[in-house]
Design a binder for this molecule. Structure first.
Ligand code: FE2
Length: 279
């Protein structure tokens, strides 16, 4: 399948959502600031280089670095950075997420920094075709994949277009099981991406890693509507509120779920009214 029409310069339009609905994924071009993504890439790339150097100094030359563990360390650093906060507060990014799940937006704290390194041997970083619903996402959530630099066809994410319409696929030990008389459509790498582009995909979309080409860094986040239930996998990790819709803001001004009469009448409508939210 030719997916050259999967890339949208104006992702807020209906064509973007129509494409997503039909195919299970769509790329929003230039949704995040390329300079911000470059700064995040620098933080991650420099950190990874240092961690690998520290590891090499301590271990035998032939030892494979624990890439997955290093990505957890670097993700923690990223989440403590100003750049991370800026990304999660970026208005156009939240506007597109709002089109999928509504105005009350939360991001799961359980998220990913994907490091695809040719020296790595862990199968967890060279993912076979899978659905995010296998590992705990709900079908009412939206998934994003954000490369920190332009990926290549042999080191990027790959997708099976329209597979979100298959439903939950049978699997055993994290591998897709065949269904008699059924052959999914070909796998397609999504690689024509620049810094700032965001791939949105449905939690039921079959996707994986296209290969271990050159070193590649990307981020993965899932977003949920604040009022919809989280699954048991993600609930213990919690989530962070990013945006509140107008109905929620009114409830916040009223101050409590019992709607205590005239609680703020004649006075401040909020204890935090001097606080200017960043978005
Ligand atoms: Fe995945």
């Amino acid at each position: 399948m030719d997916i050259s029409d999967a890339y949208f310069e104006t992702p807020i339009g209906n064509a973007f959502l129509d494409y997503f609905t039909a195919n299970g994924f769509a790329v929003a071009r230039g949704l995040l600031e390329p300079g911000l993504i470059a700064a995040i890439e620098g933080l991650i790339r420099d950190g990874y280089t240092s961690l690998k150097a520290e590891f090499a100094a301590k271990e035998a030359a032939e030892a494979a670095p624990p890439v997955l563990g290093m990505s957890k360390v670097l993700l923690k650093r990223l989440k403590a950075s100003e750049a991370y906060d800026q990304m999660m507060a970026h208005g156009p990014f939240l506007d597109v997420i709002e089109r999928f799940i509504g105005p009350d937006i939360m991001v799961y704290n359980n998220c990913d920094l994907f490091i695809n390194d040719p020296v790595d041997t862990n199968p967890a970083t060279l993912k076979t075709l899978h659905q995010e619903t296998w590992t705990g996402l709900a079908v009412h959530e939206i998934v994003t994949w954000i490369p920190l630099h332009p990926p290549a066809a042999d080191n990027t994410i790959c997708v099976v277009p329209k597979s979100h319409l298959f439903g939950m696929m049978p699997n055993r030990n994290r591998n897709l099981l065949p269904i008699e008389g059924f052959t999914p459509e070909p796998v397609v790498p999504v690689w024509q991406m620049e810094r700032g582009d965001v791939l949105f995909f449905h939690p039921l979309l079959l996707h994986g890693t296209s290969g271990r080409g050159a070193l590649r860094f990307s981020l993965g986040f899932a977003f949920k509507n604040a009022y919809l239930e989280a699954t048991s996998v993600n609930t213990p990790w919690g989530y962070t509120g990013l945006r509140q819709g107008p109905m929620t803001r009114v409830r916040t001004i009223l101050g409590n779920d019992l709607l205590t009469p005239l609680r703020t009448y004649g006075g401040k409508t909020s204890n935090a009214q001097n606080y200017v939210p960043p978005r």
